[in-house]
Design a protein around this ligand. Structure first.
Ligand code: EPU
Length: 339
């Protein structure tokens, strides 16, 4: 345990926040020693690639760092279990090298394995929910490990039970994926649809890396947390009236009849792409990403996010919800729409 621990290396916005206590258990028994001392508020942090520290101080931080990968296979599929402290992209690479198929479209997503179910990471036509078999979750109250199968995780777009009713009641110890030994490419997403039908898993993996590197700023060069906002999902009536005004607006029909819009497009059309305010800004290539040019204060990003929300609301009557989690010294906070 460390007191007054500095977190610059633990958040991809590279903000120099300080937490009163920092715990990094590597095993279940180390964790069990810590739990009785954990005082509220506290926050479970992965690699900090989807969290914004909004103040110079945060809550106590618990960063489980269990390692290990185990594999059970038969002729057709593989059950692969990875501990929470493994790096997500390294896991994807390992699977591609071993011909375990299903997550190549999720290459280069920053963050840890333990964080991947929390927001149901997704990209290029695949999301974690498509391949998850179960999650092993440690419950603080009962001090027991529970198994949540795919449906118990209540996955939705960038959402799961771990963000909602189970938030801070325990933490994800291990994620088990059901991967295929038979290769079947998923090339539905724009950008991948130009690949030949007999493309290999390695080629898809590399193509996803190339697309991400061309579109998204690398956090180690220009600190950011990927998409700052979620893509808004609207009713068909709202979509139809916008489509009349903006015939070229990208839109993705959902299974429930609603339509997902592209927040990056809405931000760009609001005239904010490339906007710079002091030491923070809206990325020049992908307007959905807010970037830190050198600010040491998370409030700069908060103020920029509010500015983006206000402009998109004024132009399109759509309120963008952050995808990134905002952590203050008192716990998670929301950026709500002011009436
Ligand atoms: N667009 C613009 N201007 C912009 C950015 C995007 O017009 O500045 C348009 C694009 O031309 C395209 C549409 O918006 O027509 C969608 O853009 P893109 O394919 O880049 O994807 P996205 O909706 O912006 C989502 C995920 C990403 C994921 C990509 C690819 C969310 C919030 N974001 O972004 O995930 O990599 O799709 O699947 O769902 C993340 O969660 O951090 C993340 C990067």
């Amino acid at each position: 345990m460390h007191n007054q621990y500095e977190l610059t290396q633990h958040n991809s916005f590279a903000l120099p926040a300080i937490c009163p206590a920092f715990y990094q258990p590597k095993t279940l028994s180390e964790l069990e020693d810590i739990v009785p001392h954990l005082s509220s508020p506290f926050y479970i942090l992965g690699e900090g690639s989807n969290t914004l520290f909004t103040e110079q101080a945060t809550t106590t931080i618990l960063q489980p760092n269990f390692k290990g990968i185990t594999v059970k296979e038969n002729d057709d599929f593989v059950l692969l279990s990875a501990k929470c402290g493994e790096n997500w992209h390294e896991l994807v690479k390992y699977c591609v090298e071993n011909n375990y198929h299903g997550i190549e479209n999720l290459a280069l997503i920053p963050g840890s394995v333990g964080a991947s179910p929390v927001q149901n990471i997704g990209a290029y036509g695949t999301e974690l929910a498509d391949v998850i078999d179960h999650v092993s979750w440690y419950e603080f109250d009962t001090k027991t490990l529970k198994t949540l199968d795919q449906s118990a995780c209540q996955f939705a777009y960038r959402d799961s039970i771990f963000k909602n009713s189970l938030a801070n009641k325990g933490f994800i110890v291990e994620v088990t994926l059901r991967l295929s030994k038979q290769w079947q490419a998923n090339l539905t997403y724009r950008g991948l649809d130009t690949l030949p039908v007999d493309v290999s898993a390695k080629e898809v993996f590399q193509k996803v890396i190339d697309i991400r590197q061309s579109k998204l700023p690398a956090p180690d060069k220009l600190p950011n947390a990927g998409s700052f906002f979620k893509n808004p999902v609207v009713e068909i009536k709202c979509f139809n009236s916008l489509k009349e005004q903006y015939p070229d607006m990208p839109a993705y029909p959902q299974k429930d009849g609603r339509i997902k819009l592209a927040a990056g497009w809405l931000i760009e059309k609001s005239g904010l792409k490339g906007l710079r305010k002091g030491n923070v800004g809206v990325d020049k290539t992908q307007a959905l990403v807010l970037v830190n040019y050198g600010s040491k204060d998370g409030q700069d990003i908060v103020q920029l996010a509010k500015h983006v929300q206000e402009h998109v609301l004024a132009k399109f009557d759509i309120f963008l919800q952050p995808e990134v989690r905002l952590l203050s010294s008192k716990g998670l906070i929301q950026l709500t729409q002011s009436k």
